[in-house]
Design a protein around this ligand. Sequence first.
Ligand SMILES: [Zn+2]
Length: 232
Amino acid sequence: MEIMRNLFRNFLNLFFPDLCVVCKERLSEGELHICTDCLFLLPKTNFHLQPDNRLEQFFAGRIPFQHIAAYAYFVKGGSIQSVIHELKYQRNPKIGNFIGELCGENIKDSDFIASIDYLVPVPLHPKREKQRGYNQSLEICKGISKVTGIAIDNETLIRKVNNKSQTKNSRFDRWKNVEDIFQLTDTETFKNKHILLVDDVITTGSTLESCAKELLKCDGCRISIYAVGTAG
Ligand SMILES: [Zn+2]
């Protein structure tokens, strides 16, 4: 059976070769999603090793938090943009697991992740999730969880409002747009827990801010934030 499967895969690969999502070159045997060259060139931030990094400065005064980091810089036309585009718009949840595992490898032995009790993906509205077929942040969490062994909680924080696309709004409109759109299904689960809130990309931070405010309604809950990409 295995031989047949391999033959079939090789046959398919002749006509539909697996391409690197970043450079679109053909992947070599053993490479998955991103080729070795592009992996090596990913613009990592290493913010998880830098207290008071740019992201922590960006969120300072907006919400109380423990630590904030992102895996790599998101620049227009850059590699992380290709990865996120593939994850959000090409129905490819596996690239989320893959990049999540890279993130997990990057942070697993650091203080950044040491005291985390739960990974919590930024929730999508059920309607949006149905359209996309999955929640991209949950797919990233699965990869991080696989490497670090930290449990995912995908049920306690939910999204009650399906806000419209935010790309054309001003920063103030966006902030108004995400106010009170998240809800806790119970306030016990996260009591005295340290949550790592996980998103795909940090841009204005308003969605994460709104999530964090809701999570902080649980007594003694502490928040850290992590994303695959950061705009700055
Ligand atoms: Zn490549």
